[in-house]
Design a protein around this ligand. Sequence first.
Ligand code: NAD
Length: 262
Amino acid sequence: MDLGLTGRWALVCAASKGLGLGCARALVAEGVNVVVNARGEAALLAAAAELRPINPLVEVRSVVADITTPEGRAAALEACPQVDILVNNAGGPPPGDFRQWQRSDWIAALDANMLTPIELIKATVDGMVERGFGRIVNITSGAVKAPIDVLGLSNGARSGLTGFVAGLARQPRLAARNVTVNNLLPGAFDTERLQKTMAAGAAKAGRPLESVRDQRRLGIPAQRFGNADEFGALCAFVCSSQAGYITGQNLLVDGGAYPGSF
Ligand code: NAD
């Protein structure tokens, strides 16, 4: 299927590794020019070097910046001639017990996982409306639908974004102008973040990493972790010209892990 995206421009945030990079790979393969962003220069340059040969016809620009800062967002936006596609992503907040969290911990989580996406949407959505095409995809978490107790900062901040998006996406000003806003909710994906989380869990419990990994994996009906390319493929479809009638949705990608009917 031709996704009808050739020549579009995308800003893919937090994209030197993991799910963000998976989305960038899929968009580049579909002929989308991308601006990829991350904080670490070496990993970001490596990611850009990996992206370019996927499709020599597209332009790949990289912006080293912390996307949760106003300066970082300005630099990322500046590098993108026009944002047709915005993939919002950033690192997830740390796990913990809410009794230990201070106001500053909550503000950091809200900044990264709620207010940064909202600021980037604010900066780009009106241009999308004017041009009659826009795709906004927020990478959130399966924890929005099935909260995980130790991820209270994530559950809270991402639910705030989800509520905001639910209202925004349904504004006829956007939806009737072919501008969609959707959230992708990853379950367990085999990225650096998941590997680090499992290694920390194994060390804390004094258990071998392999046994912690297997226990987690076997709790998923698919009996495996997801990979960033299958996540990216869904992102590319949600951004496609065919997906203009899909908006305001929370799409779980979790190998069947969420146990409910809806
Ligand atoms: P990852 O650690 O593999 O990659 C994160 C990427 O974000 C890296 O490129 C990193 O450099 C970049 N990044 C982090 N903070 C940034 C910032 N402030 N500014 C710019 N770039 C930044 O993580 P991942 O597994 O790809 O996860 C992506 C998002 O999805 C995270 O918010 C994570 O919490 C969420 N998530 C992941 C999973 C999973 O299983 N992997 C599950 C649920 C939710």
